[in-house]
Design a protein around this ligand. Structure first.
Ligand SMILES: Nc1ncnc2c1ncn2[C@@H]1O[C@H](COP(=O)(O)OP(=O)(O)OP(=O)(O)O)[C@@H](O)[C@H]1O
Length: 281
């Protein structure tokens, strides 16, 4: 079972109406790292002095300014910050979907900023699961086919890939939807299928860009529970979110502003987030 911030010994309760006052409970965001986050292990993801400049001349935007971040097995890190602070830019570069202007992105020991396109594509399929806010399922493929596709591209037999996809659907409670097309599913169902696609094949790095954006709160919690559960099983996850209650599932929260990390899980920040006082986030 995933550790829920409400019932985990390491995570304090969410800010429900009947919850104790923030000062009386441990903050989930400042709690000790997860037992799975083996700090002695090599990081799954390393961002080293990452910068990204979009455009040039008068339209130039410095989206990232020297970001450093290590993410270890078992860790789920939430990235928060105001609109335009660089969250999506950070995630797309970490996932190999965009290149930094300078700096390194090291995924399981490989610098993906210097690998050739073919190797990068293979590494992304093998090691990186990416969850988009708008699901990005292929409309012409069923749920099971969407999940199986990256595995088949990776050389797994169609039969094995389908078996894995069905197992993934069972894990997320969507077995009856295996043969449905995306337009025959609700937004929440599509997002869970997208998450299953990101997780299938034991990818060690899961990057999720506001995966709960279009979902009701109950479905959003279910998606977060899945992500948390995969991190508890040893993956490393990055979650971009505007929602403090979803960030409460994370081991650490990184706050971005104007392309720089301005804060990381300070108790005061975490508590004010959980009590809804961070008005500018
Ligand atoms: N392709 C692009 N071309 C030019 N500027 C860009 C591009 N992508 C992002 N930017 C700019 O880079 C900065 C960071 O954008 P980014 O989308 O990473 O922020 P964000 O924190 O994810 O914002 P939001 O919360 O609104 O999604 C912003 O000023 C944005 O306008």
């Amino acid at each position: 079972m995933p550790r829920h911030p409400q019932n985990s010994p390491q995570h304090g309760p969410r800010p429900d109406a009947d919850a104790p006052h923030a000062s009386q409970r441990p903050s989930p965001l400042t709690a000790a790292p997860s037992p799975n986050s083996a700090r002695s292990a090599d990081p799954v993801l390393r961002l080293v002095e990452l910068t990204r400049v979009h455009g040039s001349g008068a339209t130039e935007v410095q989206a990232l300014r020297g970001i450093n971040l290590d993410l270890f097995p078992g860790e789920l890190v939430a990235v928060m910050g105001p609109s335009g602070s660089g969250k999506s830019t950070l995630l797309t570069i970490a996932g190999g979907l965009d290149k930094p202007t300078s700096g390194s992105v090291i995924v399981e020991g490989t610098d993906i900023t210097t690998t050739d396109r073919k190797s990068l594509a293979a590494l992304r399929r093998r090691s990186i699961g990416y969850v988009f806010q708008d699901y990005n399922l292929i409309p012409a493929l069923t749920a099971a086919e969407n999940i199986a596709l990256p595995r088949e591209l990776d050389g797994i037999s169609a039969r094995k890939a389908r078996a894995e996809a069905l197992a993934a659907l069972e894990e997320i409670g969507l077995t009856p939807l295996a043969d449905r097309f995306p337009d025959e599913m609700s937004g929440g169902q599509q997002q869970r299928v997208a998450l299953a696609r990101a997780l299938v094949g034991d990818r060690r790095l899961v990057l999720a860009d506001e995966p709960t954006g279009a979902l009701d709160s109950e479905t959003g919690e279910a998606v977060l529970a899945l992500l948390r559960s995969r991190c508890d099983a040893g993956a490393a996850g990055v979650l971009v979110t505007h929602e403090p209650r979803f960030a409460a599932w994370a081991d650490r929260v990184v706050f971005l502003r104007d392309g720089s990390v301005v804060d990381q899980t300070l108790r005061s920040s975490a508590d004010s987030l959980l009590t809804g006082q961070a008005a500018d986030l």
